[in-house]
Write a protein that binds this ligand. Sequence first.
Ligand SMILES: Cc1cc2nc3c(=O)[nH]c(=O)nc-3n(C[C@H](O)[C@H](O)[C@H](O)COP(=O)(O)OP(=O)(O)OC[C@H]3O[C@@H](n4cnc5c(N)ncnc54)[C@H](O)[C@@H]3O)c2cc1C
Length: 446
Amino acid sequence: MRVAVVGAGMAGLSAALDLREAGVDVVVLEGADRVGGKLALGDVGGVRVDLGAEAMLARRPEAVDLARRVGLGEDLTHPETVAAAVWTHGAIRPLPPTVMGVPSDLDALQRSGIVTQRPVGRRLDMPQQDVSVAEFLVPRVGQDVVDRLVEPLLGGVYAGHADRLSLEAAAAQVAALGADPLAAAARATDAPTRTDPVFAGIVGGVGRLPQAVVDAGGLDVRVGATVRSVARDADGWEVHHGPTTDVSTERVDAVVLATPAPATARLLGDVAPQAAFALAGVEYASMAIVTLLLDGPVPSEASGFLVPPVDGTTIKGATFSSVKWGWLAERLDGRSIVRASIGRAGQSTILLGSDESVVDLAVADLRAALGSLPGVVASHVQRWGGGLPQYEVGHTALVETVDRCVAGVPGLEVCGAAYRGIGIPAVIASGQEAALRTLQDAALGG
Ligand SMILES: Cc1cc2nc3c(=O)[nH]c(=O)nc-3n(C[C@H](O)[C@H](O)[C@H](O)COP(=O)(O)OP(=O)(O)OC[C@H]3O[C@@H](n4cnc5c(N)ncnc54)[C@H](O)[C@@H]3O)c2cc1C
């Protein structure tokens, strides 16, 4: 059997590795000139760092297991600190324990000064259908908690907004708290706490993972091979790729589309029009990561901070990478690396500015937040147009529609961040599931 995997992000590469290891002849077609998608390494002032994703949830097995499987086990590492903070009311304040922004220790919240009044919880019946995170939480925990805790956390994960994101699809932990989330979150802290690390990284950056997967699987990856269309006939599939002036055709028995929703929607137009229509409705947030090499230490012990959108700053958060990752600090000789992230869903105008202006705005915010900032030795702006899918209200139903339509087309699978989780372990899982379904389909003679 020969399979084409379209897209060499972590979802596509994971699917390709599993197919390859099952003895399938796989070709991976990637539009960009490199593998990895949202995982990317680059040089900032001669220091190699992650310019995209930089940490992997370790409490789901898929990412750390894959890293071990492709020979990076020895290089798995964990953050030196996970002490997070919120920059609000004129200071960087320690983030008290929360369940996705719902505070679980009201005394710690009050001490932090993040909200001005102690929140009062209300028990209200659970909604009968999907609602936005804000619609669920504002009446139950108050606007201030949503503005200054929930919004920054959702901004950190999805670059999205509480009044658009789906409770069911984007904040399942909050929905699981039930009718009185504040009381339930307080009970959650009484439960025995886990001591295993929440996050993992890779010495040298998580951006090493994609190439390690390619190498371990001996994968046949074609870069610069944008897939233009896919077509099904009685013998299988034709996949057309390459520059519009010089299109090549690949004949395969099955296709795995591991592309972001807009590209997948375009490719499915003829073969699964209802799925294409649904996917065309998935919005994406564009963002930029500004990485700074500074000539001294960052005056903070936190691993970074988040910013509530109500405070109107340019940056939505910052990671003090050399405080967070020991391997990076060791390479810096007293200097430091800071990443500021800019851009939320629906607010991309700021990203239209020059790199210089984006860096200036980030530096000004960091200086205001920290009081002072060591000198900037080098800077880098990585733009992530269409970086993060927004799981808006109704997303779960949308994904079910896509699944139903795609399942009706033999030899077709979709996977990636657009569906059931945007984090690295979730997209790896979705790639692995797509590979498994492809193999099962083939075994059934589909
Ligand atoms: C700035 C940023 C920081 C993040 N930080 C973290 C983090 O720290 N931890 C975490 O867990 N997650 C993080 N995420 C989220 C996570 O990295 C992504 O959701 C995940 O990597 C997406 O993987 P994917 O394979 O689904 O898609 P992608 O990585 O988007 O890969 C899709 C690939 O398809 C290719 N493609 C598109 N169209 C075509 C076509 N027509 N033909 C061929 N190829 C095509 C693209 O070029 C791309 O390489 C971050 C995301 C961003 C943007």
